[in-house]
Each structure stands twice: as structure tokens, then as C-alpha cells.
Design a protein around this ligand. Structure first.
Ligand code: NAD
Length: 461
């Protein structure tokens, strides 16, 4: 595809917000045909801009083209197509039953757009995490300012160009830039802020939103644990864990962060993980076309630092110049180690040996509520124990990451891993106001029963 043309005038936050507010107030975004057009535009921009986006993702993250398609571009296309298919049904007013005391009357719930919404997205899946929220926001009839991450500059610029070329400029704007641009945007009035990123930045965003009582959705991260036990076949389990961990070089919010296993399972799982890694990336992942790179030198240094004094049993090689870090497994990690103190967000998989599932549950419970918990087990009691005694944004049984690709499942965190949810109809719930309507005929006037003076009413209460 030829490079997209740049259009002037979109990059000034305040100007964009005021233009969008006018469009919203004029009712531009409310009609269903407008929303459907915008959804078709998202699907078209992703298809026609596919090669441009693949190239940008490779430049920013060394993301292989196939991975870019499966984990970013097609996820966003599927979301737009799903929304287009269900939009009319989702927007239908819903009748609600009313208590007899209010009869005769009718009640409905109507989904209305919120207004002008701000979407702030991170660098790790810079296409998907910008455009999937955008789909929900325009499907709900909002005007949208999108602020992509400056840390994936090629993708930020490609997404900005495509949005400007394909979407309605009256109601959809992209403001590029880093913390400074974001801070300026936060000074504007929005009707909702949808933020994906780190807990640290989320605090700044939430604090700023609180000043105006602007509602927020916070899609954050954390340490997503994995439990594996002897009731499952270990090689396919290892394949799935290794895929979920090492896709995008471990820079995935729902990546398995660490494994909890009994010593006998850990002993068998480690060689199985080694086989999975070799099968995926060959003997030297550095020359594999299917393995990504770490975002920048700062993150690379942080990850290499986490390996200091660690018991590396697979991988561990790294090269700062090319931001390469081999798929790495570390054994005998304890909850006191640095590897367990923060979200790893890179291709390092710690194994924490525990005596049994009960002890694993205690490890999970001792930390903040994770974005996802993965349980590889066919033991119903174990599954039930994890389900009932822990809390997490989602629970993946025998498979990592897959829940993200199901538009019918809500995606979001709980507690420190986030607040609010989206994807499919849950995006509509997030980006709409559910307005209650009650309509009652004036005749017969049953309300009269509660008018003062209360003489007769007092006999009934
Ligand atoms: P980040 O918080 O550094 O940045 C996210 C966005 O916030 C960027 O667009 C950035 O420019 C912007 N930002 C930076 N400073 C800001 C400020 N002062 N005010 C407002 N906005 C500001 O996060 P990141 O490093 O891009 O992403 C990594 C984190 O995101 C990880 O913790 C990961 O787990 C999490 N994450 C969560 C999800 C999810 O869906 N829950 C998905 C991907 C990543």
C-alpha cells in the first residue's frame, strides 16, 4: 500500500477535542448508519493497511508478520465485524418488568452514547489495543480521541495515518505523543477515559479523571500465574505455556508470568518446555524469523538484571545491541526473589516449586489479583479450589491467551489488574450509558394514592 497521506490539524489535543464535541453535540455520531460506516472503515483500514501495519510492528517490536496478523490485525478485524453484525440488536431498547404498584406503566433501558471518549493505548500490541477499544467506542456512537503509545513510534504513526484516511475526521481523531501529550489531553473534559497500560500511569490517569468525576476503564497488567499438575499431559501443556509466554517475546499483558508446580511436575515440565522452545524457534532463537525483540534498551537491561544470580535452566543468552533475550526458564524461584516482585513482561519464565495445589493457591492469594490465572489440570477438585479461592480478571483452563480472542467473553482485570471490561457487547456496556425510561399514563392516576395528606395512606403502611 502506498504511504498514507497526512492530514493537518489533528495533532492538537484541545483543538481535536473541541471539534469532536461539536460533532457529537450536532448528533453526527448517533445514527446507526454512521456507526456501521465507521466499523466498516476500521475493517477496511486494517485490510488495506495490513502490509503497512506489519512493517511498522516489525520495526517497533521485531514482530513476525504472521504474529502481527494473528495477535493484532485479525483480532481487530474480527472485533469490528462482530460489532457490525450485532450492532442493531445491541442497540435495541430493552423492556423491563415493573412492580404492580407502578401499573399501568412501561419501562425500558436505552443505550446512549457517552460523548467524547479518550482511549490511551500501550506499545506491546499497539494495533489491537488501539483499535479494539475504538471499535467499541464508535459502535456505541461516541466521538473518539485515540492516543497511541510513543514507544511504538512506527505503529503509532501508521495507525494515525490510517485512522485519518479512513475514518470520519469530524468525530475520530488521533493525538500522537508521550506523557506530555497525554497530560495535556487529560486537562480536557472527556465523558469516559479508556486506559490500557501500567499501574503506575493508571494512578495518574485515575487521579486526573477523579477531579472531573470522569468514569474510567483501566486495563492493567500484573503477574498471571500458571498451575500445572500431573493430571494433564505435560508436553502439550508445555507447548501452550511456551507459546503464551514467548509470543511477542513475553511482552503480553496476559502472558503466563510464572509457573507453580510440585517438584516432580517441575522436573518433567522443564525438559518439555525446552522441547517446545526448540520446536518453535530452533536451536538458536536469535536467528529465528518467528521470535520478536524487546522494546528498548531500558526494558532489556531491566530483564537481564532480573537474571542476576538466578538459576537459569533454559536459555539466558542476550544481546543488548539487537535487544535480544533468549526464551528463558529459571528454576527454584521463591516468592522472595526479584523475579516474583514485579510483572516480568519479557521472555523469562520462573518456576516456583510448591508442595501442592493448596500452597499454590496461597501464593496466588498473597499477591494482587492477577489479570488472568491459568490452571492446567483435569482434576475437578483442583479446578474448583482455584476457581473459588482465588480471584482474577479471567481464568484460563488448559490454555493461555485464547479468551482474548472471544468477543463474547468480557476482557478486563479485577483489583490491581484493572477495572471495567470490554470486547463485543461488553464494549458497548463500557462506552454507553444505560438510561432508564419509565412512562406512565396520566389516567388512571394511581399516583394519587401517595399524595398528601397521608390520612388514608397511613392506614395501609
Ligand atoms: P504505560 O503506562 O507506560 O503507557 C501506556 C500509555 O500511557 C501510553 O500511551 C503512554 O504514552 C501513556 N502515558 C504515559 N505517561 C502518561 C501520563 N503521565 N498520563 C497519561 N498517559 C500517560 O504502559 P506501557 O509500558 O505502554 O504498557 C505496559 C503495561 O501495560 C504493562 O503493565 C502491561 O501489563 C499493561 N498492559 C495491559 C493490557 C490489558 O489489556 N490489560 C494490555 C497490554 C498491556
Amino acid at each position: 500500500m502506498a504511504d498514507v497521506e497526512e492530514r493537518d490539524g489533528d495533532d492538537d489535543g484541545a483543538g481535536a477535542v473541541s471539534r469532536l464535541r461539536d460533532a457529537f453535540d450536532d448528533g453526527v455520531t448517533r445514527p446507526l448508519p454512521w456507526r456501521a460506516d465507521q466499523l466498516r472503515a476500521v475493517a477496511r483500514m486494517l485490510t488495506e493497511g495490513s502490509t503497512l501495519l506489519e512493517r511498522a510492528l516489525y520495526e517497533d517490536l521485531g514482530k513476525p508478520a504472521a504474529e502481527a496478523q494473528v495477535t493484532e490485525i485479525r483480532v481487530a478485524v474480527a472485533e469490528a465485524t462482530h460489532a457490525l453484525r450485532h450492532l442493531r440488536r445491541w442497540m435495541r431498547p430493552r423492556r423491563r418488568r415493573l412492580p404492580p404498584v407502578l401499573w399501568p406503566a412501561r419501562g425500558w433501558v436505552v443505550r446512549e452514547p457517552l460523548g467524547v471518549v479518550l482511549i490511551i493505548s500501550p506499545w506491546n500490541y499497539p494495533v489491537q489495543l488501539s483499535l479494539v477499544p475504538l471499535v467499541g467506542a464508535v459502535a456505541s456512537g461516541n466521538a473518539v480521541v485515540l492516543k497511541p503509545s510513543e514507544l511504538a513510534p512506527a505503529t503509532s504513526s501508521a495507525v494515525a495515518g490510517l485512522v485519518r484516511r479512513f475514518m470520519d475526521p469530524r468525530a475520530v481523531a488521533v493525538v500522537e505523543g508521550g506523557p506530555e501529550a497525554a497530560s495535556h489531553l487529560l486537562e480536557e473534559r472527556f465523558d469516559h477515559i479508556f486506559f490500557t497500560g501500567s499501574t503506575r500511569t493508571a494512578r495518574i490517569v485515575a487521579e486526573s479523571a477523579a477531579k472531573r468525576l470522569t468514569p474510567v476503564t483501566l486495563e492493567l497488567g500484573g503477574k498471571s500465574p500458571v498451575w500445572v499438575d500431573r493430571t494433564v499431559r505435560l508436553q502439550p501443556a508445555a507447548d501452550r505455556i511456551a507459546w503464551g509466554k514467548f509470543v511477542n517475546a513475553g511482552q503480553t499483558c496476559v502472558a503466563p508470568d510464572y509457573v507453580l508446580a510440585t517438584p516432580d511436575v517441575a522436573d518433567a515440565l522443564i525438559p518439555a518446555l525446552g522441547r517446545s522452545i526448540r520446536r518453535f524457534f530452533g536451536d538458536d532463537a536469535a536467528i529465528s524469523p518467528d521470535y520478536g525483540r524487546i522494546l528498548n534498551h531500558g526494558h532489556h537491561d531491566r530483564l537481564v538484571g532480573l537474571l542476576d544470580g538466578a538459576s537459569v535452566v533454559i536459555g539466558g543468552r542476550h544481546d543488548r545491541a539487537s535487544r535480544y533475550l533468549e526464551p528463558t526458564v529459571v528454576d527454584d524461584v521463591t516468592t522472595a526473589d526479584a523475579l516474583m516482585s514485579e510483572e516480568i513482561f519479557g521472555p523469562i519464565l520462573p518456576i516456583v516449586r510448591v508442595p501442592d495445589a493448596g500452597a499454590a493457591i496461597e501464593v496466588v492469594r498473597s499477591g494482587p489479583k492477577p489479570l488472568t490465572l491459568y490452571v492446567f489440570s483435569d482434576d475437578r477438585d483442583v479446578l474448583r479450589a482455584f476457581a473459588h479461592r482465588t480471584s482474577s480478571g479471567a481464568l484460563g483452563v488448559n490454555v493461555p491467551l485464547a479468551h482474548l480472542a472471544a468477543p463474547e467473553l468480557p476482557f478486563g482485570g479485577v483489583g490491581a489488574s484493572g477495572t471495567g471490561r470490554y470486547h463485543g457487547e461488553d464494549s458497548i456496556r463500557t462506552f454507553s450509558h444505560e438510561r432508564a425510561i419509565l412512562s406512565k399514563p396520566l389516567v388512571p392516576d394511581t399516583v394519587r394514592m401517595v399524595y398528601p395528606p397521608y390520612g388514608r395512606l397511613a392506614d395501609f403502611v
